[in-house]
Design a protein around this ligand. Structure first.
Ligand code: SAM
Length: 275
């Protein structure tokens, strides 16, 4: 197989728990590359052992020295090299971004072999809207920073997906309860593993459940999108009055319609009343 792979960088997704979730192409590629760049040689060594593959491993993360990265780039230009992370898809809250950017800039071929990623598995499981989602990595560990990030995302009309750790779950649920009140939340835990579970509910319900059953293992936290705006969501009169100071009723109605998504004709009628 060695001779079939051209030089370049092969991004290879690996299982997030269930070793059966590796693709045939991933196995063939890991067999065929000259070396495998990985976060932790012990973790990747175990996977390779399971697959019966012996291969040179090179430790790599985005904090690697320029010297190490240049050496890896020189190797990629000459030989096929895979990049894997400890679990899941490289670059998704895992190393690889810098390497891919530099490899592309250097004209080196980069290809990506799709496979598991906890964010996507959680989204397919939670029963929250999946037509639009925003993946936001890990929330900050400090309370103020965590609330600031949640506030920044409050108006995004999409399901929010975060990576989370068991010890911080309660703090994050408490912050969501305050900053994003009324949202449906999902906790997807130990995906693809023996004790996989996915619970949805209000932050309050989930906090009560996990206070009684302390969570273990790996977690993806999901927050449903904000409710569709209604006239009650906005102080329409105040918005129209502000616009009417400089605009005609029809223009004021148009601007407020754009901002709120509410019906322009209804807003126009109200603007005429206010004028
Ligand atoms: N690159 C990986 C991916 O594509 O899923 C994610 C790496 S990130 C460093 C690790 C985080 O992913 C964990 O802290 C957890 O939030 C989430 N995660 C990974 N495996 C998981 C699993 N089996 N079940 C739930 N969450 C998981």
């Amino acid at each position: 197989m060695d001779h079939q792979l051209s030089p370049g960088l092969y991004i290879v997704a690996t299982p997030i728990g269930n070793l059966g979730d590796i693709t045939l192409r991933a196995v063939e590629t890991l067999r065929g590359v000259a070396a495998i760049a990985c976060e932790d040689t012990r973790v990747t060594g175990k996977l390779l052992n399971h697959l019966g593959i012996k291969k040179r491993m090179i430790r790599y993360d985005d904090h690697a020295s320029e010297y190490d990265r240049d050496k890896l780039l020189a190797l990629l230009a000459e030989q096929p090299v895979a990049l894997v992370s400890d679990a899941g898809t490289p670059l998704i809250s895992d190393p690889g971004y810098r390497l891919v950017k530099l490899a592309r800039e250097a004209g080196i071929v980069v290809t990506s072999l799709p496979g598991p990623s906890a964010a996507v598995v959680a989204l397919t499981l939670a029963g929250l809207p999946s037509d639009r989602f925003l993946f936001a990595g890990f929330l900050p560990s400090k309370d103020k920073a965590r609330r600031d990030v949640l506030a920044e995302l409050a108006a995004v009309p999409a399901t929010l997906v975060f990576y989370e750790t068991a010890p911080r779950l309660d703090d994050s649920l408490a912050a969501i309860d305050v900053v994003l009140p009324g949202r449906e939340v999902g906790v997807a835990r130990e995906l693809t593993k023996k004790f996989e579970e996915c619970r949805t509910g209000s932050p309050e319900e989930l906090r009560a459940h996990y206070a009684a059953h302390p969570p273990k293992g790996e977690i993806v936290l999901l927050v449903g999108p904000p409710a569709e705006p209604t006239a009650d969501s906005f102080d329409i009169d105040a918005m129209l009055r502000a616009e009417l100071e400089t605009e005609k009723p029809s223009q004021a109605a148009g601007k407020v319609a754009k901002l709120t998504g509410l019906d322009r004709k209804v807003l126009y009628a109200r603007a005429l009343e206010l004028k």
